[in-house]
Write a protein that binds this ligand. Sequence first.
Ligand code: BES
Ligand code: MN
Ligand code: ZN
Length: 466
Amino acid sequence: MEIKVSQDVKNTPAEVIVINKFEGEKTSQELANTYAVEKDHFEGKFGQTYLLHTLGQIPAGKILVIGFGKKEEFDHNKMREAVAKAVKKLQQIKAKNAVFDFDVNADYGKSAAIGAMIADYAYDKYKSEKAHHLDEITFARFSESDVKEGIVFGEAMKFTRDLANTPAQIATPSKLAEIAKSLEGIETKIFDKDEIERMGMGAYLAVGQGSVRPPKFIHMKYTGKNVKKKIALIGKGICFDSGGLDIKPPSSMLTMKDDMSGAACILGVMRALTELKPDMEVHGIIAACENMPSGSSYKPGDILTAKNGKTIEVDNTDAEGRLTLADALCYACELGVDEVIDIATLTGACMVALGTVASGIMGNDEQMIERLIQTAKDSGETYWQLPMFKEYTDSLKSDIADMKNTGSRYGGASTAGLFLQEFVKDTKWCHIDIAGTAYLEKPQKEFIAGATGAGVRTLLNYVTEK
Ligand code: BES
Ligand code: MN
Ligand code: ZN
């Protein structure tokens, strides 16, 4: 689907013209006012739609009216959802093109474009029968640069969703490394198994040792023109999480190709940075590997030594993400950046606590957490702060090593966060748990089932914030 901007709607031919109606107000089209509002009492409550056949009375064959709800409650998030709704409706009626002529400020272009692209998304690469897509939509009245920025965000999300939806047989550690290497304008270093060993990443290495597919440590770097801040983004990159020797039951393993959603997010973000060009230095870091059971797997009871010298007794081989992140965090902190953010499908406990609507956030700097929560809200995502009670740190104690890789089952998202904190020095750090939000088993709001691109919008807005 191509997205265009035109200030001259009258002369843009379209099958469907999409307009808005606020509650208690008229629309910009007389026909809609007569038929939808007066005759059929279409109220325009948020998300309602009304389709009107124009029968030759205006050049466009149909008018689609979208309810925008109460004018004073309308915002960028509502715009994104409304456009997504409209695009889904247009898909349903198999429209090929449409002009969106909304009676609002010109600065809604970014959220409108993002909404259109989220709704246009389908993962049908392996289906013989493809989804119906619109060929083209045109936004009237919006600023072209806002729409362009929205398209960059939309493309980043699509890229991330495609990658996280890709089966583990294809989206391997080597494949992620290959993608990272191919990003133009990004400096990428790939570390192979021997180098990972030499760097002392014993925790990460252990997780990957049961797989026939070798681990790949990926370090990408974007450098802006006038660097004002340095930040490292780490994505959990478990290309498949079988649980290892502490193997998962079938129903829990079913979606574990998505355990690299954090990595897919970071790749999507890095890819978009060369277009958004923020005045920042951004490092993208992925410790990619598979967690598999085999004769060479790491075992419960093994003692691993992380990059910072701390020893970890393996309590459960299914708590693998934090082991890979531990070494990635050590690596990131050594880069001398101002802030580190990790994003990970880390715990089922986070999913139990917050469901599929909100991601959990923790960290060592309240201001940074607050800023990320607010950025998420403005971006259309929800982050919810989880506590890091010191009491739970005790549950990570080991009799024979510095710590175990699991603590109390209750408060499991928090104990995972506390584990990670052991590998962060003095750098400002936040941890985002997207276990519940990265992958949907059934459709939710603008999203179809499958990967959602969790984190992409928020992190892009965070690193490009002026
Ligand atoms: N990748 C999982 C977490 C997960 C669960 C993500 C469900 C998405 C949906 C993680 O590696 C894991 O297995 N965590 C364990 C930790 C436990 C053994 C302490 C969990 O949450 O059960
Ligand atoms: Mn696991
Ligand atoms: Zn995992």
